[in-house]
Structures are given as C-alpha cells and as structure tokens.
Design a protein around this ligand. Structure first.
Ligand SMILES: O=P(O)(O)OC[C@H]1O[C@@H](O)[C@H](O)[C@@H]1O
Length: 225
C-alpha cells in the first residue's frame, strides 16, 4: 500500500513498510502520548514537557513516530495525492486512539484555510477523520472548526514561531456552536510536531463551548520524555 509492493490483503502495508514504522506503545506520557525510553513500571506517567507546559487539549495519541514509513505515508497522502492511504492510516489511528474514541462524542478534523484547500483540493486531516469515524462509529463534523487565518506552513518554523503563527487561526463558526456545546471532541490531524496546531485548535473549540478536546494524529515527532 505504502511502497506499492503487493500485499496479501487489500489496503494493507507490506512487511518492509511495517518494519519501518516506529509504533508507539506504552509506556508513554498519558497527556502528550509521547513514548518514554524506559518502562519504570509505575504509572500513569507524565512527561516533563507535559508538566512544564500542559497542553490545551486533554490527551494526545499517535500511531507512530514521524520517521521512516510514517513520514512516507504522511507525505504520500498529503503531497502525493495518495488519498487511498487515508483508509489504512485511519485504521491504525482508530486502534491507537481506542481509549480516546470510547469517550468521544464528535470527531473534528483540523481544517485547512480555504486558499490552501483550494490549492491542495483535499484536506488530509478530514480524510483521516472520516476514516477513523467510520471505523469507530463516531460522527464527524467537518464544519465545526474553521481556519480563518491563512497561516504560513509550520514546516521550518521554530517552536515559538509555530505557536505565534497559529494565534487566532481557528474559530468555531456561530452555526456550529450548538453542535459542539458540552460535547467531548476528538481533534484529528496528520502530524503533531510541537503541538502548536493541536493547542490552537483545541483552544478555539473549548472557547466555542466544547467540554473536552483530545487529539489523535497519525504521527508525532519524537520528543524524549
Ligand atoms: O503545530 P505543530 O504540532 O508544530 O505541527 C504540526 C502541524 O504542521 C503541519 O505540517 C501538520 O499538518 C500539522 O497540522
């Protein structure tokens, strides 16, 4: 599916692609979902980063670290027009996000600004959100959150610049407020790097009346602890 090699089942990864995935398993930070190098046998665990800078979202989970096959899959989906990959990636996300999905009322993808959506012709996060929703049997609302600012791409920006770039970028449209009021939302994106996008989007959703916002992405950038 990822590299094009034949697989026994349709919409599956070949063994080589599988072995190139750095899957995230416990022990991980219960808040950020980032893995720990060591299992200390105690829990629940929080990373120093989650304690020093608690995120706006309640909990984040991701399938894999953003390297090897995970990076290839994200790039092929996003820049290579391989929309078909959303299905296999969504299946893995539904598994990695099982705990979050059990407490989710509504799935909301991170939106693209209209201009970027027009250029790319699709929102990869919406494709992933739909695939996760279908499998987990949770409704998906593509209009619950709007990207009202045409931000620079996050790629190449520092941590502080990423947060700055997203200030005021998201808003819950008036018409969507009744649909998210008091509800537990699962925000879906392709990748988390610094968490700036997840934080900015979660902040807008909480301001818009959501009760809780969790974050599920396909990949996360490795941050030790
Ligand atoms: O905001 P952080 O977590 O730093 O970076 C992740 C974002 O940067 C984009 O390329 C991804 O699609 C995602 O929305």
């Amino acid at each position: 599916m990822g590299c094009g090699a034949a697989t026994a089942e349709p919409h599956a990864l070949c063994p080589a692609c599988w072995s190139g995935l750095s899957l995230i398993e416990r022990p991980f930070c219960e808040r950020l979902g980032t893995p720990f190098a060591l299992d200390l046998g105690i829990g629940p665990l929080l990373s120093p980063r989650a304690i020093a800078e608690p995120p706006v979202f309640a909990r984040a989970r991701a399938v894999a670290l953003y390297d090897g096959t995970a990076r290839d899959l994200v790039h092929r989906l996003k820049y290579g027009d391989r929309l078909d990959l959303a299905r296999v990636m969504g299946r893995m996300m539904a598994a990695a996000g099982r705990e979050l999905l059990a407490e989710t009322d509504l799935i909301v993808p991170v939106p693209l600004h209209g201009l970027r959506l027009w250029r790319r012709r699709f929102n990869q996060s919406a494709l992933l959100a739909r695939a996760v929703g279908r499998l987990a049997q949770r409704p998906c609302d593509l209009q619950a959150l709007a990207r009202v600012k045409a931000t620079r791409p996050q790629v190449g920006l520092t941590r502080a610049q990423r947060a700055q770039n997203l200030q005021g970028a998201f808003r819950v449209p008036e018409a969507a407020r009744p649909r998210i009021a008091g509800r537990r939302l699962l925000l879906v994106d392709d990748v988390t790097t610094t968490g700036a996008t997840g934080n900015a989007a979660a902040r807008a959703l909480l301001r818009g009346g959501a009760k809780q916002v969790d974050l599920l992405t396909f990949a996360t950038v490795a941050v030790q602890g």
